[in-house]
Write a protein that binds this ligand. Structure first.
Ligand code: DGL
Length: 269
């Protein structure tokens, strides 16, 4: 049986990475876990996000994946090293790929980052950007109201437009030429974000670069799936599956099956 790429997030956000993986690596099988019962992760203490990430990884490891993708910036910021130390397959996050994409795009070395409170407080993007280009100027802003909109499937309309506008207000007039969507949920709102930021600001999602990294790593390990294999993906979520399925089918533009997972562990709501 084909070994899968396991991809996780606190909810539907990681589907933005899934979509790119399906586009760039259509022969690869994906097993996805969205922790919709406990989303959002952004406001949670770091040790709780680490614990939740471990629990999801323990669940996904049962399927014997060949690689693990933490398609959640908040979990990448606080749990990537911990997970790398716990499993013996390649593990990547989304922060380094996002930072690299921004450095490729920026013309004036002035980059904005929006993300959850957890991601912004961790300064993981500042560090990742400075490692690649020490002269880059970074302006960060937490946007805690955006993830709940996406989890409700509210991608447009007046209320969403107003919340996006107000969330981005602090970044106006800072001379940004790039804005990193430092939360995998935000590409769902990209048209609105782009409209608010204007035509001079390039919107960067880490999905594209993350899919490239996956391809490079699997190629290096000689583990790319054969082109003649037709993958059957599996989707799991910890909350009620209806909304997850609706959003996933809309975003991925295909019919999928979603299996609800009942945690055997405390939920820590
Ligand atoms: N999509 C996630 C991220 O990239 C998590 C958002 C959340 O649960 O707060 O950070």
């Amino acid at each position: 049986m084909q070994q899968a790429i396991a991809i996780l997030d606190s909810g539907v956000g990681g589907l933005t990475v899934v979509k790119e993986v399906m586009r760039q690596l259509p022969q690869e099988k994906i097993i996805y876990f969205g922790d919709t019962a406990r989303t959002p992760y952004g406001p949670r203490p770091y040790d709780e996000v680490q614990l939740f990430t471990r629990q999801i990884v323990d669940y996904l490891i049962q399927f014997d994946p060949k690689m693990l993708v933490i398609a959640c910036n908040t979990a990448t910021a606080v749990a990537l090293n911990d997970i790398r130390a716990r499993v013996n397959i390649p593990v990547i996050g989304v922060i380094h790929p996002g930072a690299r994409a921004a450095i490729k795009e920026t013309r004036h070395q002035v980059v904005g980052v929006i993300g959850t409170e957890g991601t912004i407080k961790s300064e993981a993007y500042q560090k990742a950007l400075a490692e690649i280009s020490p002269t880059v100027q970074v302006h960060s802003q937490a946007c805690p109201l955006l993830v709940p909109l996406v989890e409700r499937g509210q991608f447009d309309g007046d209320e969403t437009g107003r919340i996006v506008q107000e969330s981005l207000e602090p970044l106006m007039g800072r001379g940004l030429d790039c804005l990193i969507l430092g939360c995998t949920h935000y590409p769902f709102l990209a048209p609105l974000i782009s409209e608010v930021m204007g035509p001079d600001v390039t919107i960067i999602s880490s999905a594209d670069e993350t899919a490239r990294d996956i391809s490079a790593i699997l190629n290096f390990h000689n583990q790319l799936a054969q082109a003649n294999e037709i993958p059957i993906h599996q989707f799991f979520c910890s909350g009620e599956p209806q909304m997850f399925k609706r959003i996933a089918q809309l975003w991925l533009d295909e019919q999928i099956n979603v299996s609800p997972v009942v945690w055997q562990v405390p939920h820590y709501f």
